[in-house]
Write a protein that binds this ligand. Structure first.
Ligand code: ZN
Length: 253
């Protein structure tokens, strides 16, 4: 048995409150490319031109044309992978309390997680710029752009666009959960984008054990995180869960 997996399981088993912070890395196995880095959306498009609130206000149809192609079509057919499902299972087992995510794909909820803080809002829902009605992105008819609400208002992503603030409730709750947890799993994020990247720092400074599940070391590794379990989120989560399950089984016998 991988000793780092065993360490993670031991820490989780002893935790009173565990939370997870997730990023783009957890959704790659669901076919959702990250925004940043090689092959990412921001390598091909200037976010200030297609994902800034001013760009949206100036020409929503133009922004929508890119969003539909690059996000709606991808997210409409994406399914949660073992990483999302593993965190949802940990919640059902009473091990994990909350997922704080930087992702906008809605896959944690699709996997069954019920307490998800969406730092950057969600692209799985659109909201009317006039009446605030929310519509699942899957149900949005994108044949005419920009898509409109039944009231006639233009629909926009319920996500945080560049030039907009992180929803204050999401920020406050994330800070609370980070300062109150005793284990934080950092999954699939290089922890470079503020203010989400500060959550592991808050957790560590409040005495929590920060465990990273990432393919490679990040700026947190060895500084903020106690250890890194290197690998793909889905696979590592399966290994952790199988060891947790066998512990629970042996406890029952
Ligand atoms: Zn409306």
């Amino acid at each position: 048995m991988d000793t780092l997996i065993s360490r993670a399981v031991t820490d989780l088993k002893h935790a009173r409150t565990a939370v997870a912070l997730t990023g783009a890395g957890i959704s790659i196995e669901s076919g959702i490319p990250p925004f940043r880095g090689k092959g990412g959306l921001w390598e091909r498009f200037d976010p200030m031109e297609i994902a800034h609130i001013d760009a949206f206000v100036a020409d929503p149809a133009l922004v929508w044309r890119v969003l539909v192609k690059e996000l709606k079509e991808v997210i409409d057919r994406a399914l949660p992978n073992d990483g999302h499902k593993g965190l949802a299972r940990m919640e059902r087992m009473g091990i994990l309390k909350t997922v704080i995510t930087q992702n906008v794909d809605g896959l944690h909820q699709a996997a069954g997680s019920t307490d998800v803080i969406e730092f950057h809002g969600t692209f799985a829902w659109q909201r009317c710029t006039e009446c605030e009605t929310r519509v699942p992105t899957r149900d949005v008819d994108a044949s005419v752009l920009p898509p409109r609400c039944i009231c006639g208002g233009i629909l926009r992503p319920d996500a945080v666009l560049f030039g907009e603030m992180i929803p204050p409730i999401a920020l406050t709750r994330s800070q609370e959960e980070s300062s109150q947890c005793d284990v934080m799993l950092v999954v699939g994020t290089s922890a470079l984008v503020q203010p989400a990247a500060f959550m592991p720092v808050i957790a560590q400074q409040s005495g929590a054990t920060v465990i990273e599940i990432n393919p490679e070391p990040t700026p947190l590794t060895g500084r903020i995180s106690k250890f890194l379990v290197a690998g793909k989120a889905g696979q590592i989560m399966n290994e952790i869960l199988s060891e947790v399950s066998s512990l629970i089984q042996s406890k029952k016998q």
